[in-house]
Design a protein around this ligand. Structure first.
Ligand code: NAP
Length: 521
């Protein structure tokens, strides 16, 4: 596919109005052709107007039609796997084979959502039939379904350039809900973004849907993102990135005359607790596995296990030695962008100024944007005294927290802010301590993992990828998994409607054969 670098606003190829940018190959620190157009508020307005015009048609597509559209997107992604993975590898420095897996994951998500749509449970259909004889007051017929919230703005992530980007879970779940979508592409992978956008737009065209169902814009600086969040026709926003960026957009949306939901997924250190018997039994093995997972994606992953907590005692020396060895042996690999590399180095310094000691570093970096891995260590008391030690370092570094006893382990668990996940390594003899940790962790995290690591991520009905602030801005929702569709739905009641005026899913004879609750049964 020849990349044009245009903004893709519905069916329109739109040239630059605010300059251009080139992608950067982080492995060489050289720019890559072609030029990519940058737009501004005028392009956001054009895309939002189209998305609004397309909304009534798209949100009323039949479940069969919408499922077929989502499956077409999946097929189109499959068809561009090789070139998409190759371009994404050039733009991110991530391994091509891993990125092929990401394309497959993205296509699978669209197919999973097609199935969700076809089965119709997401509509949450509920019928409370009329009770004209009820005393002291008759009841009118009430019927509820969920409908799409309106046009959605998606801020693609930098770190998973396909499965959390233009054709990622946010876009898939919003389209499944019946919402029209405008993606603000991340400037770190503009070519990969264009290939994904074209796969979606081709499905829009082949499904004979209005062109405004999907658009992709791109801009320089904050102006384009701000214009999207401010636009009166946008009704919800999703974001994956930094706490600073996510909260700036969240606050902005709350200042609109009509505040809208902003679902942000921001920062998490995914604390890992090794309980004493597990430490004694397999400290070295856990330390090795922890660092291996920490290094995935050069440490640039939301589920990176970043902080490991263990009681100094039997097995601790073996754990520490295994972690040091793994970190020391790790080759330096390119980080996603100069900005992320700069933040990584700054945050490593920040942890050391807060009292952590650097106890191991990885192999020397060869390329300019390479990230060299690191292991830091601190004792439990210092960790409790200095909240900055619990901050995320986005990159290939981890912190080992040595606690003096079980009481201090519980205190450290209480010190964490909201997390996407927490992990416990335990043996049967550790269950009593695990039971004391659980209520503390349940209040602070969206997922608790036992004797494994939270990464990689399942995409299923029971998946939660979210958690209390600052892991996300709304702990009631997930940004990954089948229930992520809930972010883009709202309930509506039809009261006293004649059958012929009701949405098909709510008609008396249940012509679509969908699961419905009647009088709560
Ligand atoms: P980012 O700087 O927060 O940017 C994410 C997206 O939001 C970009 O498209 C960015 O546009 C836009 N944006 C950010 N702040 C904005 C604002 N105030 N107004 C309007 N638009 C705004 O995140 P990033 O580029 O992915 O990486 C930077 C940091 O994010 C990392 O160092 C890491 O700490 C964090 N991160 C965390 C996770 C996680 O899951 N925990 C994942 C990815 C990144 P521009 O690029 O044009 O500014």
């Amino acid at each position: 596919m020849k990349l044009t670098g245009h903004l893709l606003i519905g069916a329109d190829e739109v040239a630059a109005t605010e300059g251009t940018l080139k992608a950067l190959n982080p492995a060489t620190n050289q720019t890559i052709e072609p030029d990519f157009a940058l737009g501004g508020a005028a392009e956001v307005n054009r895309a939002a107007t189209l998305a609004d015009e397309a909304f009534d048609h798209y949100s009323h597509t039949s479940l069969a039609e919408r499922s077929a559209f989502l499956e077409r997107i999946a097929d189109n992604l499959d068809a561009v796997t090789a070139e998409l993975a190759a371009r994404a590898a050039l733009e991110t420095g991530l391994p091509e084979a891993q990125l092929q897996g990401e394309v497959a994951k993205a296509a699978t998500q669209f197919r999973q959502f097609a199935d969700v749509v076809r089965k119709g449970r997401f509509l949450h259909l509920a019928i409370d039939p009329a009770q004209p004889e009820r005393q002291p007051r008759p009841r009118m017929d009430h019927r509820l379904q969920k409908i799409a919230i309106g046009p959605v703005a998606v801020f693609g992530a930098s770190n998973f350039p396909i499965s959390y980007s233009v054709a990622g879970g946010d876009t898939a779940s919003a389209l499944a809900a019946g919402a029209t979508v405008i993606v603000k592409a991340h400037n770190a992978h503009p070519g990969a973004s264009e290939i994904q956008a074209r796969a979606i737009l081709k499905a829009v065209q082949d499904s004979h849907l209005p062109a405004g169902v999907f658009s992709m814009v791109r801009g320089a600086g904050n102006a384009i993102g701000e214009a999207l969040v401010d636009h009166p026709l946008i009704k919800a926003v999703t974001f994956t990135g930094s706490e600073q960026g996510g909260m700036a957009l969240y606050r902005r949306a709350q200042l609109r005359p009509d505040p809208i939901p902003v679902f942000t997924e921001m920062t998490s250190v995914n604390p890992t607790f090794i309980l004493p018997q597990a430490l004694a039994a397999r400290g070295a093995q856990i330390g090795d596995g922890f660092v291996e997972r920490m290094l995935v994606n050069v440490g640039q992953a939301c589920l990176k296990p970043a902080i490991l907590i263990a009681v100094e005692g039997e097995g601790f020396a073996a754990l520490r030695a295994a972690m040091i060895k793994r970190v020391t042996d790790a080759p330096a690999r390119p980080m996603l962008t100069p900005g992320i590399q700069g933040a990584y180095l700054k945050n490593l310094d920040h942890l050391q100024s807060a009292g952590a000691s650097l106890v191991a570093v990885g192999a020397v970096a060869h390329a300019e944007l390479d990230g060299r891995s690191g292991l830091l260590e601190v004792d439990g008391q210092r960790f409790l005294d200095e909240p900055a030690l619990a901050d995320e370092v986005f990159g290939p570094a981890a912190l080992l927290v040595k606690v003096r006893d079980e009481a201090q382990m519980l205190a450290v668990a209480r010190a964490f802010r909201g997390q996407l996940s927490a992990t416990l390594h335990l043996e049967d003899a550790d269950l009593a301590l695990a039971r004391r940790l659980l209520p503390i962790l349940e209040r602070r995290t969206g997922r608790i993992v036992v004797n494994a690591f939270a990464h990689p991520q399942e995409v299923s009905f029971a998946t939660i990828h979210g958690g209390p602030f600052p892991a996300s801005s709304d702990s009631r929702f997930t940004s990954v998994g089948m229930t992520s569709i809930e972010r883009f739905l709202r309930p509506i009641t039809y009261q006293g409607f004649p059958d012929g005026l009701l949405p098909e899913a709510l008609r008396e004879l249940n012509p679509l054969g969908l699961p419905r609750s009647v009088d709560g049964q």
